[in-house]
Design a binder for this molecule. Structure first.
Ligand code: SF4
Length: 212
């Protein structure tokens, strides 16, 4: 393990304890392969599964495994899906048995912070799916909610806007201007402070940089 890995392992273990204090199950794993295996072990075969847009889930091979596996996947990102069918899949995902996603940031005090354009991911985080499984790379750890929102607005959102081929101001400047663009992707902010239902939410903390 490198010094960097050792440093982040300690941080991840601390975040795991903080999440546990907030009623959220958490697991620390070292690699993407372990993260994928852990996530799949939490899913019931044959269940319905919704997904949130997550480069992290994609990078660890989880999205592919869900597509190939014995699940009823509501996949709004499937090839050649019409806009109407994509919206239907997003709606179905909000009341699937499981919801699999990344998160924009996790604080050292165990809070999960996410900002959406449409809100289907936030809806599923809040209520609906029996179980929510979240994959998080070590690069998403921030000190507090303020730092989390700053991270989303000034790192994750501009990169996502570039990914989606949008023409929001942050694409040009790399900084958030709290824009009024019709293509704005920062419309709804959710701070998950705690979970009431034990075992509903599981976070897999990975000692690798994942997503953005
Ligand atoms: S509010 Fe607008 S400028 Fe700011 S990050 Fe979101 S899309 Fe970019």
């Amino acid at each position: 393990m490198t010094e960097r890995d050792t440093y982040y392992l300690t941080k991840l273990r601390n975040v795991k304890k903080a999440l546990a204090r907030n009623g959220i199950d958490a697991y620390v794993v070292k690699t993407s392969a372990e993260a994928r295996k852990k996530a799949l072990s939490l899913l019931r075969k044959g269940a319905t599964v919704g997904i949130g847009g997550s480069r992290s889930a994609e990078e660890i091979g989880l999205l592919d495994a869900l597509r190939r596996g014995n699940y009823n996947l509501f996949d709004q990102y499937a090839d050649r899906l019409s806009e109407k069918d994509s919206l239907t899949a997003r709606k179905q995902g909000t009341h699937a048995d499981y919801f699999v996603s990344g998160t924009n940031a996790v604080t050292e005090t165990g809070k999960l912070v996410n900002i959406d354009g449409l809100g289907n991911r936030l809806a599923a985080f809040c209520f609906g799916p029996e179980k929510v499984i979240i994959v998080v790379g070590r690069n998403k750890i921030v000190s507090d909610v303020e730092a989390a929102i700053d991270r989303v607005r000034n790192v994750a959102a501009p990169i996502n806007a570039i990914r989606f081929g949008l023409s929001t101001p942050c694409v040009k400047t790399g900084r958030c201007t709290d824009c009024n663009s019709p293509q704005r992707i920062c419309n709804l902010t959710l701070i998950i402070e705690k979970q009431r239902t034990k075992g509903r939410m599981s976070v897999i903390l990975v000692n690798e940089d994942l997503g953005f």
